[in-house]
Design a protein around this ligand. Structure first.
Ligand code: SAM
Length: 283
C-alpha cells in the first residue's frame, strides 16, 4: 500500500495506522507534537503526541455525547467549564444551548486553539468568537484549585493520561472539580475505551466514588477510538439525574431545538446501559 502512514501507538498490543494522503500541518508546540493530515475515510485527522484526538468525520459522536447528555439530564445548566478541548468542538456543541449563559474553557496549549481556528473551522466554527465564551490558557488542574465562581457542569475533554493530561485523572483533580460545582452539578470525563484501557476507567471511578453521591459511566462508539465503545465518566451528587425519563429528555431536546447527528433521547437512555465487562469494572 502506498502513501505516508501515520501510526497511533496508544496500547501495548495494538498499533493503529491511518494513511495520510496529505499532511496539512505538523509542528512541535510548547507542550505537544501536533499533526493534522487528511485521510480518505475520516477526513481531517488531528493527533497530539501521535495519539488521535479528533477527526472531521466522527467528531460529532464524541462532542454530542459529552455535552447534550449532561446538559439535558440536568435541565438547567447555565454555567459550563470545559477543561482541555483545544479543537473547539466541545465549546461549539455546548454553545448550541441558548440557555447556557457562559462557557469557560481552560486549555493548556494555546497553539492547539490557534491552529484549530485556522485549520479545523469545520469543528470549532465561530465558537471562540461567541460572547459567552471565556477562554483561559492554562492548566486545568491549577484552574479548578482556585477560588472562583462555580459551575453547573464540568466537561473534561482531555488527552489520555500521558503528558499534560495526566493530572486530569488524579483524585485531587476530581476533588477540586467537586468543590467547583454548584449543588447538583455534573462532572463528565473522557475515559478512554474500557476494552483497551480498563484500568483508566476503573481508577477514575474509584477516585470519584468517595467524592460524589452518584458515580457511573455511559458509552458511545466512536470509530476512530478502536476497541469498542468509549466510556464517559459521570459524577454528581444528584442521584435522580442519571434516570431522568425519556419523555422528559424528549421535551428538553425539542425545546433546545438541536440538530444532532448522533444524540437522541433514546440513545441518551441507552448509553447508561452497561455491558457485563464494563459493569464489572465499576463494581
Ligand atoms: N477528543 C480528544 C481525545 O480524547 O482524543 C481530546 C481532544 S482535546 C484536543 C484535548 C486537549 O486537552 C488538548 O488540546 C490538550 O492540549 C488539552 N490538555 C491536556 N492536558 C491539559 C491540562 N492539564 N489542562 C488543560 N488542557 C489540557
Amino acid at each position: 500500500m502506498s502513501g505516508d502512514w501515520r501510526y497511533e501507538q496508544l496500547h501495548d498490543a495494538l498499533r493503529l495506522g491511518l494513511r495520510a494522503e496529505n499532511i496539512l500541518y505538523e509542528s512541535k508546540t510548547e507542550h505537544q507534537h501536533l499533526v493534522l493530515f487528511e485521510n480518505a475515510k475520516f477526513g481531517k485527522v488531528l493527533t497530539l503526541d501521535t495519539v488521535l484526538q479528533t477527526t472531521t468525520r466522527d467528531e460529532f459522536i464524541y462532542h454530542e455525547m459529552l455535552t447534550h447528555v449532561p446538559i439535558l439530564a440536568h435541565g438547567a445548566v447555565r454555567r459550563v467549564l470545559i477543561i482541555g478541548g483545544g479543537d473547539g468542538g466541545m465549546l461549539e456543541e455546548v454553545l448550541k444551548h441558548r440557555t447556557v449563559e457562559t462557557v469557560t474553557m481552560v486549555e493548556i496549549d494555546a497553539a492547539v486553539i490557534e491552529f484549530s481556528k485556522k485549520y479545523l473551522p469545520e469543528i470549532c466554527k465561530d465558537a471562540f468568537e461567541d460572547p459567552r465564551t471565556d477562554l483561559v490558557i492554562g492548566d486545568g488542574y491549577a484552574f479548578v484549585g482556585q477560588d472562583g465562581p462555580k459551575y453547573d457542569l464540568i466537561i473534561v475533554d482531555s488527552t489520555d493520561p500521558i503528558g499534560p493530561g495526566e493530572v486530569l485523572f488524579t483524585r485531587s483533580f476530581y476533588e477540586r472539580c467537586h468543590a467547583a460545582l454548584n449543588e447538583g452539578g455534573i462532572l463528565v470525563t473522557q475515559n478512554g475505551v474500557p476494552f483497551m484501557q480498563a484500568s483508566e476507567l476503573q481508577q477514575t471511578v474509584n477516585f470519584l466514588r468517595p467524592i460524589f453521591a452518584d458515580v457511573s459511566c455511559y458509552l458511545a462508539s466512536v470509530p476512530t477510538y478502536v476497541g469498542g465503545p468509549m466510556a464517559f465518566g459521570w459524577a454528581t451528587d444528584n442521584k435522580a439525574l442519571r434516570s431522568v425519563s425519556a419523555d422528559k429528555l424528549d421535551v428538553r431536546f425539542r425545546s433546545a431545538n438541536l440538530d444532532t447527528q448522533y444524540y437522541t433521547p433514546a440513545v441518551h437512555k441507552a448509553a447508561f446501559a452497561l455491558p457485563g465487562y464494563v459493569s464489572k469494572l465499576l463494581a
